[in-house]
Design a protein around this ligand. Structure first.
Ligand SMILES: Nc1ncnc2c1ncn2[C@@H]1O[C@H](COP(=O)(O)OP(=O)(O)O)[C@@H](O)[C@H]1O
Ligand SMILES: [Mg+2]
Length: 370
Protein backbone atom coordinates (compact mmCIF):
# COMPACT_ATOMS: atom_id res chain seq x y z
CA UNK A 1 0.00 0.00 0.00
CA UNK A 2 1.48 3.35 -0.94
CA UNK A 3 -0.01 5.61 1.71
CA UNK A 4 1.79 8.72 0.56
CA UNK A 5 0.12 8.55 -2.83
CA UNK A 6 -3.26 7.57 -1.48
CA UNK A 7 -3.36 10.17 1.21
CA UNK A 8 -1.99 13.26 -0.41
CA UNK A 9 -4.13 13.49 -3.50
CA UNK A 10 -4.28 17.11 -4.60
CA UNK A 11 -7.31 18.75 -6.07
CA UNK A 12 -7.03 19.84 -9.69
CA UNK A 13 -6.39 23.52 -10.21
CA UNK A 14 -9.63 24.11 -12.04
CA UNK A 15 -11.39 23.15 -8.81
CA UNK A 16 -10.61 26.66 -7.69
CA UNK A 17 -13.80 28.58 -8.30
CA UNK A 18 -13.35 31.69 -10.35
CA UNK A 19 -12.71 34.03 -7.47
CA UNK A 20 -11.33 36.53 -9.96
CA UNK A 21 -14.87 37.22 -11.05
CA UNK A 22 -15.25 39.17 -7.80
CA UNK A 23 -12.69 41.59 -8.95
CA UNK A 24 -14.16 44.86 -10.09
CA UNK A 25 -11.47 47.07 -8.62
CA UNK A 26 -13.57 47.51 -5.50
CA UNK A 27 -12.15 45.88 -2.39
CA UNK A 28 -15.53 44.82 -1.09
CA UNK A 29 -17.50 41.61 -1.15
CA UNK A 30 -20.90 41.79 -2.72
CA UNK A 31 -24.00 40.36 -1.13
CA UNK A 32 -24.00 36.56 -1.36
CA UNK A 33 -20.31 36.30 -2.19
CA UNK A 34 -18.16 34.23 0.11
CA UNK A 35 -14.47 33.94 0.87
CA UNK A 36 -14.85 30.22 1.56
CA UNK A 37 -14.21 27.80 -1.26
CA UNK A 38 -14.92 24.65 0.76
CA UNK A 39 -16.15 25.57 4.25
CA UNK A 40 -16.25 21.90 5.30
CA UNK A 41 -12.44 21.98 5.34
CA UNK A 42 -12.82 23.66 8.74
CA UNK A 43 -15.26 21.10 10.16
CA UNK A 44 -14.25 19.28 13.27
CA UNK A 45 -14.44 15.82 11.69
CA UNK A 46 -12.92 16.81 8.32
CA UNK A 47 -10.28 14.39 7.09
CA UNK A 48 -7.59 16.53 5.44
CA UNK A 49 -6.81 15.89 1.77
CA UNK A 50 -3.22 16.67 2.48
CA UNK A 51 -1.75 15.07 5.56
CA UNK A 52 1.97 15.73 5.77
CA UNK A 53 4.69 14.86 8.30
CA UNK A 54 2.98 11.69 9.41
CA UNK A 55 3.99 9.13 6.77
CA UNK A 56 6.17 7.22 9.28
CA UNK A 57 3.32 7.00 11.76
CA UNK A 58 0.81 5.99 9.06
CA UNK A 59 3.20 3.29 7.92
CA UNK A 60 3.75 2.04 11.47
CA UNK A 61 -0.02 1.81 12.01
CA UNK A 62 -0.52 0.08 8.67
CA UNK A 63 2.20 -2.40 9.68
CA UNK A 64 0.18 -3.25 12.80
CA UNK A 65 -2.77 -4.23 10.60
CA UNK A 66 -0.77 -6.07 7.94
CA UNK A 67 -0.56 -9.41 9.80
CA UNK A 68 -4.37 -9.66 9.45
CA UNK A 69 -3.89 -10.15 5.72
CA UNK A 70 -1.88 -13.29 6.50
CA UNK A 71 -4.56 -14.62 8.86
CA UNK A 72 -2.60 -13.47 11.90
CA UNK A 73 -3.64 -11.26 14.78
CA UNK A 74 -3.23 -7.49 14.38
CA UNK A 75 -0.45 -5.99 16.49
CA UNK A 76 -1.42 -4.00 19.55
CA UNK A 77 0.05 -0.52 19.88
CA UNK A 78 0.05 2.67 21.89
CA UNK A 79 -0.42 5.85 19.87
CA UNK A 80 1.17 8.63 21.86
CA UNK A 81 1.24 12.39 21.22
CA UNK A 82 0.09 15.75 22.59
CA UNK A 83 -3.30 17.19 21.59
CA UNK A 84 -3.83 17.88 17.88
CA UNK A 85 -0.72 16.07 16.66
CA UNK A 86 -2.77 14.02 14.20
CA UNK A 87 -3.36 10.81 16.17
CA UNK A 88 -7.09 10.50 15.54
CA UNK A 89 -6.76 11.58 11.92
CA UNK A 90 -4.01 9.02 11.30
CA UNK A 91 -5.93 6.15 12.73
CA UNK A 92 -9.07 7.12 10.82
CA UNK A 93 -7.09 7.30 7.57
CA UNK A 94 -5.42 3.94 8.15
CA UNK A 95 -8.71 2.31 9.16
CA UNK A 96 -10.40 3.77 6.11
CA UNK A 97 -7.74 2.39 3.77
CA UNK A 98 -7.53 -1.01 5.46
CA UNK A 99 -11.30 -1.46 5.38
CA UNK A 100 -11.22 -1.31 1.58
CA UNK A 101 -8.75 -4.21 1.53
CA UNK A 102 -10.71 -6.92 3.29
CA UNK A 103 -14.20 -7.66 4.49
CA UNK A 104 -12.75 -9.90 7.18
CA UNK A 105 -11.54 -6.91 9.15
CA UNK A 106 -13.79 -5.21 11.69
CA UNK A 107 -12.13 -1.94 12.70
CA UNK A 108 -13.79 0.00 15.48
CA UNK A 109 -12.78 3.49 16.58
CA UNK A 110 -14.02 4.45 20.04
CA UNK A 111 -13.80 7.91 21.58
CA UNK A 112 -13.09 7.30 25.26
CA UNK A 113 -14.26 10.81 26.13
CA UNK A 114 -17.75 9.83 25.05
CA UNK A 115 -17.85 6.06 25.56
CA UNK A 116 -16.19 6.10 28.93
CA UNK A 117 -17.20 2.88 30.70
CA UNK A 118 -17.15 -0.85 29.98
CA UNK A 119 -20.84 -1.02 29.09
CA UNK A 120 -20.65 1.98 26.75
CA UNK A 121 -17.52 0.64 25.01
CA UNK A 122 -19.00 -2.80 24.35
CA UNK A 123 -22.35 -1.28 23.30
CA UNK A 124 -20.45 0.78 20.74
CA UNK A 125 -18.59 -2.29 19.45
CA UNK A 126 -21.94 -4.13 19.28
CA UNK A 127 -23.34 -1.33 17.12
CA UNK A 128 -20.40 -1.53 14.72
CA UNK A 129 -20.37 -5.32 14.52
CA UNK A 130 -24.10 -6.07 14.44
CA UNK A 131 -25.31 -2.81 12.93
CA UNK A 132 -27.53 -1.75 15.82
CA UNK A 133 -27.18 -0.80 19.47
CA UNK A 134 -28.04 -3.27 22.22
CA UNK A 135 -30.80 -2.18 24.64
CA UNK A 136 -29.50 0.39 27.13
CA UNK A 137 -30.90 -1.54 30.10
CA UNK A 138 -31.79 -5.13 31.01
CA UNK A 139 -28.78 -6.63 29.28
CA UNK A 140 -25.41 -7.44 30.83
CA UNK A 141 -21.99 -6.64 29.40
CA UNK A 142 -21.48 -10.40 29.24
CA UNK A 143 -24.52 -10.79 26.96
CA UNK A 144 -23.36 -7.96 24.72
CA UNK A 145 -19.88 -9.49 24.63
CA UNK A 146 -21.25 -12.87 23.56
CA UNK A 147 -23.35 -11.33 20.82
CA UNK A 148 -20.35 -9.41 19.48
CA UNK A 149 -17.99 -12.36 19.37
CA UNK A 150 -20.53 -14.92 18.11
CA UNK A 151 -21.23 -12.58 15.22
CA UNK A 152 -17.53 -12.04 14.48
CA UNK A 153 -16.92 -15.79 14.66
CA UNK A 154 -19.75 -16.47 12.23
CA UNK A 155 -18.51 -13.84 9.79
CA UNK A 156 -14.87 -14.96 10.26
CA UNK A 157 -13.87 -11.41 11.11
CA UNK A 158 -10.85 -10.13 13.02
CA UNK A 159 -11.63 -7.32 15.47
CA UNK A 160 -9.31 -4.35 15.99
CA UNK A 161 -10.50 -1.73 18.46
CA UNK A 162 -8.82 1.68 18.72
CA UNK A 163 -9.55 3.17 22.14
CA UNK A 164 -9.04 6.88 21.46
CA UNK A 165 -8.40 9.13 24.48
CA UNK A 166 -8.32 5.83 26.32
CA UNK A 167 -7.32 7.37 29.65
CA UNK A 168 -10.92 8.52 30.04
CA UNK A 169 -12.28 4.99 29.97
CA UNK A 170 -13.06 3.80 33.45
CA UNK A 171 -11.80 0.29 34.01
CA UNK A 172 -9.67 0.31 30.90
CA UNK A 173 -7.97 -2.85 32.18
CA UNK A 174 -11.17 -4.83 31.93
CA UNK A 175 -11.88 -3.57 28.41
CA UNK A 176 -8.37 -4.44 27.20
CA UNK A 177 -8.28 -7.79 28.95
CA UNK A 178 -11.73 -8.89 27.79
CA UNK A 179 -10.97 -7.90 24.19
CA UNK A 180 -7.59 -9.58 24.04
CA UNK A 181 -8.61 -12.82 25.75
CA UNK A 182 -11.69 -13.35 23.58
CA UNK A 183 -9.81 -16.00 21.59
CA UNK A 184 -10.09 -18.32 24.60
CA UNK A 185 -13.87 -18.46 24.21
CA UNK A 186 -14.34 -17.75 20.50
CA UNK A 187 -12.45 -18.35 17.29
CA UNK A 188 -11.84 -14.66 16.82
CA UNK A 189 -8.57 -12.76 16.57
CA UNK A 190 -8.43 -9.39 18.26
CA UNK A 191 -6.16 -6.38 18.65
CA UNK A 192 -6.30 -3.18 20.68
CA UNK A 193 -4.79 0.25 20.03
CA UNK A 194 -4.56 2.70 22.92
CA UNK A 195 -4.44 6.40 22.05
CA UNK A 196 -3.34 9.10 24.48
CA UNK A 197 -0.96 11.88 25.47
CA UNK A 198 2.57 11.25 26.80
CA UNK A 199 1.42 11.74 30.36
CA UNK A 200 -1.21 8.99 30.02
CA UNK A 201 0.82 6.11 31.29
CA UNK A 202 -1.89 3.57 30.43
CA UNK A 203 -0.84 1.88 33.61
CA UNK A 204 -2.37 -1.46 32.74
CA UNK A 205 -2.31 -3.93 35.61
CA UNK A 206 -0.07 -6.97 35.28
CA UNK A 207 -2.89 -9.15 34.00
CA UNK A 208 -3.84 -6.80 31.16
CA UNK A 209 -0.24 -5.75 30.44
CA UNK A 210 0.74 -9.38 29.91
CA UNK A 211 -1.85 -9.79 27.13
CA UNK A 212 -1.26 -6.32 25.65
CA UNK A 213 2.50 -5.88 25.08
CA UNK A 214 2.24 -3.38 22.22
CA UNK A 215 4.83 -1.12 20.60
CA UNK A 216 4.51 2.68 20.81
CA UNK A 217 3.91 4.91 17.79
CA UNK A 218 4.98 8.43 18.72
CA UNK A 219 3.42 11.64 17.32
CA UNK A 220 5.83 14.51 18.03
CA UNK A 221 4.57 18.12 18.23
CA UNK A 222 4.72 20.04 14.97
CA UNK A 223 7.37 22.75 14.52
CA UNK A 224 6.21 26.26 13.72
CA UNK A 225 7.31 25.77 10.09
CA UNK A 226 5.28 22.57 9.84
CA UNK A 227 2.27 24.34 11.33
CA UNK A 228 2.66 27.09 8.74
CA UNK A 229 2.64 24.56 5.90
CA UNK A 230 -0.35 22.67 7.30
CA UNK A 231 -2.34 25.88 7.81
CA UNK A 232 -1.39 27.10 4.34
CA UNK A 233 -2.68 23.88 2.78
CA UNK A 234 -5.88 24.16 4.81
CA UNK A 235 -6.32 27.74 3.62
CA UNK A 236 -5.61 26.67 0.00
CA UNK A 237 -8.36 24.08 0.14
CA UNK A 238 -10.78 26.04 2.26
CA UNK A 239 -10.72 29.66 1.11
CA UNK A 240 -10.30 31.50 -2.16
CA UNK A 241 -6.87 32.43 -3.44
CA UNK A 242 -5.51 35.73 -2.17
CA UNK A 243 -7.76 35.92 0.91
CA UNK A 244 -5.07 34.86 3.38
CA UNK A 245 -1.47 35.93 2.71
CA UNK A 246 1.64 34.09 3.87
CA UNK A 247 2.30 36.88 6.38
CA UNK A 248 -1.10 36.32 7.96
CA UNK A 249 -0.48 32.57 8.00
CA UNK A 250 2.93 33.07 9.64
CA UNK A 251 1.27 35.06 12.37
CA UNK A 252 -1.40 32.39 12.87
CA UNK A 253 1.26 29.64 12.87
CA UNK A 254 3.13 31.44 15.69
CA UNK A 255 -0.03 31.59 17.79
CA UNK A 256 -0.85 27.99 16.92
CA UNK A 257 2.57 26.91 18.16
CA UNK A 258 1.68 28.34 21.59
CA UNK A 259 -1.68 26.53 21.65
CA UNK A 260 -2.38 23.62 19.31
CA UNK A 261 -3.27 22.96 15.70
CA UNK A 262 -6.96 22.45 16.42
CA UNK A 263 -7.05 25.95 17.88
CA UNK A 264 -5.07 27.33 14.93
CA UNK A 265 -7.47 25.90 12.35
CA UNK A 266 -10.43 27.33 14.26
CA UNK A 267 -8.70 30.71 14.52
CA UNK A 268 -8.04 30.74 10.77
CA UNK A 269 -11.72 30.07 10.13
CA UNK A 270 -12.83 32.82 12.53
CA UNK A 271 -10.50 35.34 10.92
CA UNK A 272 -11.85 34.63 7.45
CA UNK A 273 -15.42 34.67 8.74
CA UNK A 274 -14.86 38.05 10.30
CA UNK A 275 -13.41 39.45 7.09
CA UNK A 276 -16.42 38.08 5.25
CA UNK A 277 -18.84 39.61 7.73
CA UNK A 278 -17.14 42.94 7.18
CA UNK A 279 -17.41 42.42 3.41
CA UNK A 280 -13.61 42.48 3.09
CA UNK A 281 -11.92 40.51 0.36
CA UNK A 282 -8.82 39.64 2.29
CA UNK A 283 -7.41 39.36 5.76
CA UNK A 284 -4.79 41.79 7.13
CA UNK A 285 -2.07 40.84 9.62
CA UNK A 286 -3.63 43.27 12.14
CA UNK A 287 -6.91 41.35 11.97
CA UNK A 288 -5.27 38.32 13.55
CA UNK A 289 -4.67 39.82 17.03
CA UNK A 290 -8.05 41.51 17.05
CA UNK A 291 -9.90 38.30 16.18
CA UNK A 292 -7.74 36.39 18.65
CA UNK A 293 -8.89 38.65 21.50
CA UNK A 294 -12.49 38.43 20.33
CA UNK A 295 -12.05 34.70 19.92
CA UNK A 296 -11.07 34.39 23.57
CA UNK A 297 -14.02 36.61 24.40
CA UNK A 298 -16.34 34.35 22.45
CA UNK A 299 -15.02 31.46 24.49
CA UNK A 300 -16.52 33.29 27.47
CA UNK A 301 -18.95 30.43 27.96
CA UNK A 302 -15.95 28.13 28.32
CA UNK A 303 -14.10 30.61 30.52
CA UNK A 304 -17.12 30.62 32.75
CA UNK A 305 -16.97 26.83 32.95
CA UNK A 306 -13.23 26.91 33.61
CA UNK A 307 -13.84 29.33 36.47
CA UNK A 308 -16.55 27.03 37.82
CA UNK A 309 -14.20 24.03 37.66
CA UNK A 310 -11.49 25.97 39.51
CA UNK A 311 -14.01 27.15 42.13
CA UNK A 312 -15.15 23.57 42.76
CA UNK A 313 -11.53 22.40 43.05
CA UNK A 314 -10.78 25.15 45.55
CA UNK A 315 -13.28 23.42 47.85
CA UNK A 316 -11.98 19.88 47.42
CA UNK A 317 -10.32 17.41 45.05
CA UNK A 318 -12.58 15.39 42.76
CA UNK A 319 -12.42 12.33 40.57
CA UNK A 320 -13.18 13.23 36.93
CA UNK A 321 -16.65 11.61 37.11
CA UNK A 322 -17.55 13.47 40.32
CA UNK A 323 -16.30 16.76 38.96
CA UNK A 324 -18.32 16.35 35.78
CA UNK A 325 -21.42 15.57 37.87
CA UNK A 326 -20.83 18.59 40.17
CA UNK A 327 -20.28 20.92 37.21
CA UNK A 328 -23.35 19.60 35.41
CA UNK A 329 -25.51 20.82 38.31
CA UNK A 330 -24.50 24.37 37.39
CA UNK A 331 -24.35 24.04 33.62
CA UNK A 332 -25.13 20.93 31.53
CA UNK A 333 -22.02 20.03 29.57
CA UNK A 334 -21.31 16.89 27.51
CA UNK A 335 -18.52 14.73 28.85
CA UNK A 336 -16.46 15.28 25.71
CA UNK A 337 -16.51 19.09 26.20
CA UNK A 338 -15.73 18.65 29.87
CA UNK A 339 -12.80 16.45 28.91
CA UNK A 340 -11.48 19.13 26.56
CA UNK A 341 -11.75 21.79 29.30
CA UNK A 342 -9.84 19.59 31.74
CA UNK A 343 -7.14 19.06 29.13
CA UNK A 344 -6.94 22.85 28.54
CA UNK A 345 -6.60 23.56 32.25
CA UNK A 346 -3.98 20.87 32.58
CA UNK A 347 -2.02 22.29 29.68
CA UNK A 348 -2.22 25.74 31.24
CA UNK A 349 -0.79 24.05 34.36
CA UNK A 350 -3.69 25.22 36.48
CA UNK A 351 -4.71 21.73 37.58
CA UNK A 352 -3.13 18.34 38.11
CA UNK A 353 -4.64 15.08 36.96
CA UNK A 354 -3.52 11.89 38.61
CA UNK A 355 -4.43 8.33 37.69
CA UNK A 356 -5.76 6.42 40.67
CA UNK A 357 -7.20 3.01 41.36
CA UNK A 358 -10.91 3.28 42.20
CA UNK A 359 -12.75 1.46 45.00
CA UNK A 360 -13.91 -1.34 42.73
CA UNK A 361 -10.51 -1.92 41.18
CA UNK A 362 -11.20 0.32 38.16
CA UNK A 363 -9.08 3.35 37.32
CA UNK A 364 -10.16 6.89 38.00
CA UNK A 365 -8.47 10.24 37.63
CA UNK A 366 -8.12 12.52 40.59
CA UNK A 367 -8.19 16.20 39.72
CA UNK A 368 -6.79 18.93 41.97
CA UNK A 369 -5.52 22.49 41.76
CA UNK A 370 -1.85 22.87 40.99
N1 LIG B 1 -0.26 16.63 9.48
C1 LIG B 1 -1.45 17.24 9.42
N2 LIG B 1 -1.87 17.78 8.26
C2 LIG B 1 -3.07 18.39 8.18
N3 LIG B 1 -3.93 18.52 9.19
C3 LIG B 1 -3.56 17.99 10.39
C4 LIG B 1 -2.32 17.33 10.56
N4 LIG B 1 -2.24 16.90 11.84
C5 LIG B 1 -3.38 17.28 12.45
N5 LIG B 1 -4.19 17.93 11.58
C6 LIG B 1 -5.49 18.53 11.88
O1 LIG B 1 -5.45 18.99 13.23
C7 LIG B 1 -6.66 18.70 13.90
C8 LIG B 1 -6.39 17.79 15.07
O2 LIG B 1 -5.94 16.53 14.59
P1 LIG B 1 -6.30 15.15 15.36
O3 LIG B 1 -5.95 14.04 14.46
O4 LIG B 1 -7.71 15.21 15.86
O5 LIG B 1 -5.28 15.23 16.57
P2 LIG B 1 -5.20 14.38 17.92
O6 LIG B 1 -6.06 13.18 17.78
O7 LIG B 1 -3.74 14.07 18.04
O8 LIG B 1 -5.68 15.30 19.02
C9 LIG B 1 -7.58 18.09 12.87
O9 LIG B 1 -8.37 19.13 12.30
C10 LIG B 1 -6.63 17.54 11.81
O10 LIG B 1 -7.23 17.56 10.54
MG1 LIG C 1 -7.71 12.69 19.00
Amino acid sequence: MDWSVNLSSVLPNDFIVAYASFSMGIDMLWHGQTLFKQPEVFDYAYLPESFEYRSGQLQALADCIKPCFQSLKPLNCKIIGETATGKTTSLKLVFHEAEQESKHLMLVHINGGIFSNVFAVFSRIHKEVLGYEPPSAGISVKDIYEKIFSSLEKKKQTLLVALDDAAYIQDLNKVVYDLLRAYELFHVKTGVWLVGTPKDKFALDDKSASVFSGQAVIFPCYTVEELFTILKKRADYGVHRGVVSDDVLKKIAGITFQRDLRFGIELLKMIVLEAENKSKKKVEVEDVERVLSRFSFSEKGENFLEQEILALLREQNFTSGELHAALSKKRKIPYSSFYRLIEELRKKRMIEVEEKRGDEGGRTREIRLK
